[in-house]
Design a binder for this molecule. Structure first.
Ligand code: ADP
Ligand code: ADP
Length: 228
């Protein structure tokens, strides 16, 4: 699903974000990426979506070499992934249902398919009852559920989450994690960047730790840190 071979990324200003990183993530895995601020986690995500290109090495997503992808093919790559952010990034003037539907409208899905699929994913994240509400009427946890529904509505192979529980309390975060688990069980690969020690320890999934642009730990069933 994801393969990095000796990937390095040095930004124009000389800062080295990733230094000869190699890693393999198989289809259907659930993987946490942890590490201090500035370790290179966001850069890793940006290389997968072709927002940044590596200085060296190769990045493969679903067997496709991302770096050598012509610009015209980048949208197709991005359709294979759904991304969820810490700050939800919902459209404020659209309801929950409309926010999710919009992701399908932009790829030209038919109205009938949109209607059916949007209801399916809202049900999956437990928000069918609040489909007609605007984001500002929803709690933080509920807004994140809308964002998750939007990220999966086009059936991506890979769901990327960047600090998805960063703005949520522990109880709400647990519910969000359960939702990610449920999506993972449908076969979707989940890659989550997080500082949420409690959630990583609770989930007991694969953990990749990055320090100064290098992987220093990769455990099949790990915790947030090695110390405890
Ligand atoms: P993390 O997501 O783990 O906080 P980043 O990938 O954002 O780490 O950053 C890794 C390193 O690359 C840091 O030293 C950061 O300052 C640097 N960096 C990130 N983005 C840029 C950029 N656009 N231009 C220059 N340096 C950057
Ligand atoms: P949580 O702590 O689980 O994130 P909240 O305590 O913020 O939830 O919200 C609880 C309930 O109140 C939610 O079902 C949400 O829809 C509703 N709610 C939250 N904020 C507002 C608001 N500004 N207007 C109307 N309903 C709201």
């Amino acid at each position: 699903m994801i393969e990095l071979k000796n990937v390095s990324k040095t930004y124009d200003n000389g800062s080295v974000a990733l230094d000869r990183v190699s890693l393999h993530i198989g289809k259907g895995e659930f993987v946490f990426v942890v590490g201090a601020s500035g370790a290179g986690k966001s850069t890793l995500i940006k290389l997968l979506s072709h927002e940044e290109v590596p200085t060296d090495g190769s990045v493969l997503v679903n067997g496709i070499e991302v770096n050598s992808l012509p610009k015209s093919k980048v949208p197709y790559l991005r359709r294979k992934m759904g991304i969820v952010f810490q700050d939800f990034r919902l459209l404020p003037n659209k309801t929950a249902e409309e926010n999710v539907a919009f992701a399908m409208e932009v790829i030209g899905a038919s109205r009938r398919v949109i209607k059916e699929r949007v209801r399916t994913v809202l049900d999956l994240v437990g928000l069918l009852g609040k489909a007609d509400m605007l984001p500002k009427k929803l709690s933080g946890g509920e807004q994140q559920r809308v964002a998750i529904a939007r990220a999966i509505v086009n059936r991506p192979l890979l769901l990327i989450a960047d600090e998805p529980t960063g703005n949520l309390d522990p109880e709400t975060s647990k519910g969000i994690m359960d939702t990610f688990k449920k999506i993972n069980h449908t076969g979707t690969t989940v890659l989550m960047v997080t500082h949420d020690k409690q959630m990583v320890d609770w989930m007991n999934k694969r953990v990749i730790e990055i320090v100064d642009g290098a992987i220093i730990r990769d455990e099949l069933r790990g915790g947030y840190s090695n110390e405890d």
